[in-house]
Write a protein that binds this ligand. Structure first.
Ligand SMILES: NC(=O)c1ccc[n+]([C@@H]2O[C@H](COP(=O)([O-])OP(=O)(O)OC[C@H]3O[C@@H](n4cnc5c(N)ncnc54)[C@H](OP(=O)(O)O)[C@@H]3O)[C@@H](O)[C@H]2O)c1
Length: 235
């Protein structure tokens, strides 16, 4: 892995991913909204920035050219197919063998074995309805984006984040193939470690065509239930 593109580089998750990618010695290309370029000032001269909306197909085509890996922050802003437009452009224009890593939340269902509590389902429903009412966020479009990713034969991984908090790194999160696994019960991950998982996934072929649901490795449920193996996973 030599060159990676980070789509949504100026956001909270994106900034952490830029740092982790530079720490690993990758050449970094970052895409962010024009008005957010200054948020990347700390990396001036060390990364290439391509300003633009992440669902602009021409921007994505230019940004992913020659990249061995693409890290995409999937966000369902507005009612303009922002998530699905971004995901589709990445899949259409990334190099054929590139590793594609996408971020989302536990609310994305991979299959019938994902089990949700009534409280979780209620919160997603309430948040989704209010956000849609005000045309702020289109959760269904993030679902559609992931549906297309799951159906694609690109080398994708969809990382499903728990609730997030700020703070120093605790190490690589643990993961489960399915929401509902007891290892995830604590439902909390440091954002810096979510980013670490995304960047580490670039070089972990065991995660190709997986949608790991992650949780902080120091949380009580992770400590209680993690099966110790090299892959940091719980079945
Ligand atoms: N927040 C959580 O608790 C949580 C939980 C689980 C999973 N996740 C997942 O984690 C990822 C990152 O989420 P985050 O909450 O940490 O946010 P974040 O990293 O701050 O990312 C927000 C992104 O959205 C962009 N953005 C903000 N407002 C926008 C607008 N009106 N139009 C277009 N783009 C806009 C931001 O770009 P600018 O820099 O230009 O503003 C930034 O790239 C997402 O995939 C999310 O699904 C989040």
């Amino acid at each position: 892995m030599k060159k990676v593109c980070i789509i949504g580089a100026s956001g909270k998750l994106g900034l952490y991913m830029v740092q982790h990618a530079l720490d690993r010695g990758y050449d970094v290309v970052g895409v962010c909204r024009e008005k957010s370029v200054r948020k990347l000032d700390a990396f001036k001269g060390r990364i290439t920035i391509i300003p633009g909306m992440t669902n602009d197909r021409n921007i994505i085509k230019e940004a992913v050219k020659g990249c061995d890996g693409v890290l995409t922050v999937l966000v369902p802003w507005g009612v303009q197919q922002y998530s699905s437009g971004t995901a589709q452009a990445v899949m259409d224009f990334a190099e054929p063998d590139a590793r594609l890593i996408f971020s989302c939340g536990w609310h994305i269902r991979r299959d019938e074995q994902d089990v949700y509590s009534w409280k979780f389902k209620a919160l997603v429903k309430i948040f989704g309805s209010i956000a849609r009412l005000f045309r702020l966020v289109e959760l269904d479009d993030q679902v559609e984006a992931c549906r297309r990713i799951f159906a694609s034969d690109t080398k994708w991984t969809v990382v499903r984040g728990s609730d997030l908090e700020e703070g120093g790194s605790q190490g690589l999160p643990v993961w489960s193939r399915h929401v509902g696994n007891p290892v995830l019960e604590s439902n909390l991950t440091r954002r810096i470690d979510f980013a670490l998982f995304m960047v580490a996934a670039l070089e972990n072929d065991a995660l190709i065509h997986e949608a790991p649901a992650i949780v902080g490795c120091q949380t009580p449920s992770a400590i209680a239930h993690t099966v110790k193996n090299s892959d940091n996973t719980s079945p």
